[in-house]
Structures are given as C-alpha cells and as structure tokens.
Unconditional design. Structure first.
Length: 135
C-alpha cells in the first residue's frame, strides 16, 4: 500500500526525532568527518523523513588552518548536541560497513524546518536551525 509523502511546511518549528545516525567522511577532505542523520516527525506516517542531514564534526586541524570555519563548526555541532540533549563524548559503534552512533537514535529536539525542491524538482525538507532554547 504505497503512496506519496507530504513535506513539512517551510519555516516552521517542529519537535523531531533522530531515526538514524552514522559518521561519514567528508568527500572533499578525508581528514574531516560528519554526522549523517535521518530525522522524522514522530507519529506522522504521511510526512517523509528528513534524510541526508549532515553536521560537520569539528576537525582539530582546522583550528590553526581556518579558525573561522572551525569556530562555525564548533558552534553548529554544539547547537545540535544541546538541541537533542546529548553530551560529549559520543559513543560510536563500528560495523563491517559503517560507524553508527546509536545513542543519538530516538533523541528529540526542536528544529526550524525548511522546504525546498531537490535536484529532481520534488519538495524535500531540510533543517534550517537547531533550536536550543524551547520551553
């Protein structure tokens, strides 16, 4: 019983849940890694997952090579961790094919969700911002 999925409206705040998390290498710089996430709107089977969300893991070599980029990466990573209530260090589990971060799965956090067309013209959701102070 297939069907189509809806997207979350652009520029709206939602409490999202991490469905999957793994660490992947940055293709343009093998010295850097990033988290690849899939997020979902809980209890909303008609809303598509927000896939291919990447968050750079701050690489220490950037601290001296490109301090501005390093600072931005630290701020974004910290906002993500705070938003989802996660503390460092993250526990990573290596499998035969990937490095997973199972402690992130199931965590909830408030995000500002965007909506934009993908390369095929289909609407898809993105994360505009991690909201760190939500009462």
């Amino acid at each position: 019983d297939g069907g189509t999925f809806e997207t979350i409206p652009d520029n709206t705040e939602h409490r999202l849940q991490i469905r999957y998390a793994q660490v992947v290498e940055v293709k343009s710089d093998s010295r850097r890694s990033q988290l690849q996430l899939t997020l979902e709107l809980p209890n909303s089977p008609d809303i598509d997952d927000i896939s291919y969300v990447y968050i750079g893991i701050p690489a220490t070599h950037l601290k001296s090579e490109d301090p501005k980029t390093y600072k931005k990466a630290v701020n974004r990573f910290t906002d993500f961790l705070t938003c989802f209530g996660v503390a460092m260090p993250l526990k990573m589990v290596e499998t035969d094919t990937r490095v997973e971060v199972p402690e992130l799965v199931g965590k909830l956090g408030w995000c500002l969700v965007g909506a934009e067309p993908d390369r095929n013209g289909q609407m898809r959701n993105t994360i505009r911002r991690y909201i760190i102070e939500r009462k």
